[in-house]
Design a binder for this molecule. Structure first.
Ligand code: ZN
Ligand code: ZN
Length: 345
């Protein structure tokens, strides 16, 4: 099969790769794979989780090559599906509590094992067992379907917030696809007044069109902008949806009393973040993280989108073939459009 093999930083080669099917796996013929910011960062810098050579890509939409027995019945060959990229061990404490994304022995499709930037991808038995292969309804195109995985991650993040203040304000730091998915969820599910803080003019315009109540440029004076919008109180929820470590201290500057700050992104160039413990204590501020998603959030994401609650149709802006994988990485890294998708293999 044709595959974009990652050999280390700045080295990805589209080549013929051997592919064999085993009884314990499902094989998916790829229709589309979106490029996550994570993929672009791994391509440029490598990552401690990633041992080359490996095929990246975890935002997967494709068709089952054979029938698959799942806990919810048989998926016939040729069913269009999306896939949960986390591969749990099914024996640790977290797996026993269905918190598969926190598995102590976690492996990941498109990171620790071969992923979706290829003609075919193999899905291990554990993913099938936990309900991680989900059929895609007719009313979603392949490109929209690739965004269900990131949407599920955002839902997982929201599930960590617990009770949210009535009439609360959410500030989303980051204007990328993840920031805009958070924006849609905050408006549709929680009806929160929503601020998007970004840097890229096109993305900030998209945030306005998707219903942001305020859009501010990240830089000098943004703290005052948020303060003015919230009448000096600050935001009740702050989502850090950017890998820029400057966003961390900034998040603490715009957080209200009783607020929750979720670190949704990972930070490749950040070794320290030291919020003032007394500030946390006296203001009852919680700082938390969220990572990846679970079968439940993936199914919930599917339902929200197929019911028309969340609109993914404007999220994919740039399309590439597998041969153009380096361009796809560059477009992601340089913040072109919104989501970049590889859709010809
Ligand atoms: Zn991703
Ligand atoms: Zn486990």
């Amino acid at each position: 099969m044709r595959a974009a093999m990652f050999y280390g930083p700045n080295k990805m080669i589209v080549e013929e790769s051997s592919f064999s099917h085993s009884e314990n796996e499902a094989t998916i013929k790829m229709d589309a794979c979106a490029v996550c910011g994570y993929d672009a960062r791994v391509f440029r810098n490598g990552h401690r989780k990633v041992k080359p050579p490996v095929i990246l890509g975890h935002e997967i939409c494709g068709q089952t090559l054979q029938a698959i027995n799942t806990s919810k019945g048989v998926l016939s060959a040729g069913t269009r599906v999306v896939v949960l990229p986390t591969i749990p061990c099914l024996s640790c404490w977290y797996c026993n509590n269905q918190q598969y994304n926190l598995c102590n022995n976690l492996m990941e499709i498109g990171s620790t094992i071969n992923g979706g930037f290829a003609e075919y991808v193999k899905i291990p038995q554990q993913v099938i067992k936990i309900g991680g292969i989900v059929p895609v309804p007719e009313n979603l195109c392949n490109e929209e379907a690739t965004l269900l995985e990131p949407l599920a991650c955002c839902l997982n993040g929201f599930s960590r917030l617990g009770e949210i203040e009535k009439d609360g304000v959410i500030a989303i730091v980051g204007d990328g696809p993840i920031g805009l998915l958070h924006l849609q969820l905050s408006k549709k599910l929680y009806n929160m007044r929503s601020i998007v803080i970004g840097k890229i003019p096109f993305r900030m315009q998209m945030a306005e069109r998707m219903g942001a109540d305020a859009v501010f440029t990240f830089g000098n004076g943004t703290e005052e902008d948020v303060s003015d919008f919230t009448r000096g109180r600050g935001a009740d929820v702050v989502i850090v949806a950017t890998s820029n470590p400057e966003a961390l201290n900034f998040a603490t500057k715009i957080a209200a009393k009783n607020s929750k700050i979720n670190l949704f992104a990972s930070f490749s160039n950040c070794n320290s973040f030291s919020p003032d413990p007394n500030w946390l204590h006296y203001n009852q501020v919680s700082i938390m993280g969220s990572f990846s998603s679970t079968p439940l959030t993936l199914q919930k994401a599917m339902k929200l989108v197929s019911d028309g609650e969340i609109d993914l149709s404007k999220m994919v802006t740039n399309r590439y073939s597998l041969n153009e994988i380096e361009h796809a990485m560059l477009a992601t890294e340089e913040f072109h459009g919104l989501r970049v998708v590889v859709n010809r293999f």
